[in-house]
Design a protein around this ligand. Structure first.
Ligand SMILES: Cc1cc2nc3c(=O)[nH]c(=O)nc-3n(C[C@H](O)[C@H](O)[C@H](O)COP(=O)(O)OP(=O)(O)OC[C@H]3O[C@@H](n4cnc5c(N)ncnc54)[C@H](O)[C@@H]3O)c2cc1C
Length: 324
């Protein structure tokens, strides 16, 4: 049995917390296999900080690939590095988290390695056999990878972030090799800056649907999200209608979230939306239609127009906060 290579992500030289979910998967897989090293990989420019941080999560070792031409993430430049390190380190499984980067990078790595791939893995059933949700979460499939090399992307919400081990493993550097961009280049990175937490990391998500009717009405949801220290999400219909930007979309083709509290306002509860949020611990729904399917998954439901109840809810939350 070979080693397990965990592709970690970094942002501006700091380890991204989403990588910790892939470490939990790798630990579970190692336990199931009973053999193999856990090797972390960090790629980018000036990533020594991220590499030493990663070394604190109970891995056998960390490989750092630091190169000026790897400063801006591109699957074209990163995938050959991952494939090369996987081979050099005797890995027979490469894994990472199903973030935007993971979804972009890992299939390309699988192609370069001639590896079978299991995506959005939610459970380990054997050395190369996994559980994963399909059809908007309505079917749980058992997937077996039969190639010698396997690539796995891990569904973030199904794996708790790994805890730090309290000690540090060795960090080795590896050569990036000849980095070819295959004619692609990063022209400009337009990062969304927000004081609110990232949707996929937030403990509270307050989402709005098409029933919010206008962009300015989302300020009611923002006020509640801010009082609860949460993030704002939306349905695809709300994004498509231009009420909010697309990066707020929660669902099958949007982000998958599993916060402690999910508040769904003016959202019908279409299956493709539920696929992205039904793992939330407590779901609160506000909808004027008592027949709306969202009430079937809600722990608490309020049949009401948001116009009538959101201002009152905001005032009550403010009062609770003030009394704390
Ligand atoms: C392949 C595919 C992928 C998709 N991926 C996604 C995805 O990732 N995420 C996603 O969300 N959708 C996705 N969809 C779209 C999905 O099928 C639904 O169309 C969408 O989720 C509906 O959004 P909505 O609930 O905001 O709108 P609607 O279905 O129009 O519902 C609006 C709701 O608001 C309520 N309402 C209206 N006015 C008020 C008011 N004043 N107060 C309170 N309630 C009110 C209504 O009763 C209604 O229930 C996908 C569809 C397809 C085919």
């Amino acid at each position: 049995m070979g080693n397990i290579l965990i592709v970690a992500e970094q942002k501006a030289g700091a380890l991204r917390s989403a990588s910790l979910n892939a470490i939990s998967f790798a630990r579970k897989l190692r336990e199931t296999r009973g053999a193999g090293d856990l090797i972390g990989l960090v790629i980018g420019q000036n990533v020594s900080g991220a590499a030493s941080e990663l070394a604190g999560y109970g891995l056998t070792k960390v490989i750092s690939v630091d190169h000026a031409s790897l400063g801006g993430y591109m699957a074209e430049t990163y995938a050959p590095v991952v494939a090369q390190v996987a081979k050099a380190q005797g890995a027979d499984l490469v894994c990472g988290t199903s973030t935007s980067m993971g979804k972009d990078l890992l299939p390309r790595v699988a192609a370069l390695l001639g590896a079978g791939m299991a995506s959005e893995v939610s459970g380990v059933l054997g050395p190369k056999s996994f559980r994963r949700p399909m059809l908007a979460g309505n079917v749980v499939a058992k997937v077996e990878v039969t190639t010698a090399m396997a690539v796995v992307s891990v569904r973030q919400t199904e794996w708790a972030p790994a805890a730090a081990s309290g000690s540090s493993c060795a960090v080795e550097t590896a050569d990036a090799g000849a980095v070819s961009t295959l004619g692609a280049q990063v022209v400009k990175l337009e990062a969304v800056t927000s004081a609110r937490p990232d949707l996929t990391d937030a403990k509270v998500v307050v989402s709005g649907g098409r029933g919010m009717k206008a962009a300015e009405n989302f300020k009611h949801l923002e006020a509640i999200a801010d009082l609860l220290g949460g993030a704002v999400g939306a349905t695809r219909a709300a994004c498509d209608a231009g009420l909010v930007p697309n990066d707020l979309q929660v669902g099958q083709t949007g982000k998958v979230v599993a916060p402690n509290l999910y508040v769904a306002v003016a959202i019908s509860g279409a299956i493709q939306h539920l696929a992205g949020m039904k793992g939330s611990k407590v779901i609160v729904a506000i909808n004027k239609d008592p027949e709306a399917p969202i009430f079937q998954v809600a722990d608490y439901g309020l049949v009401a127009k948001w116009e009538d109840v959101l201002p009152e809810l905001t005032e009550k939350l403010k009062a609770v906060k003030a009394s704390q």
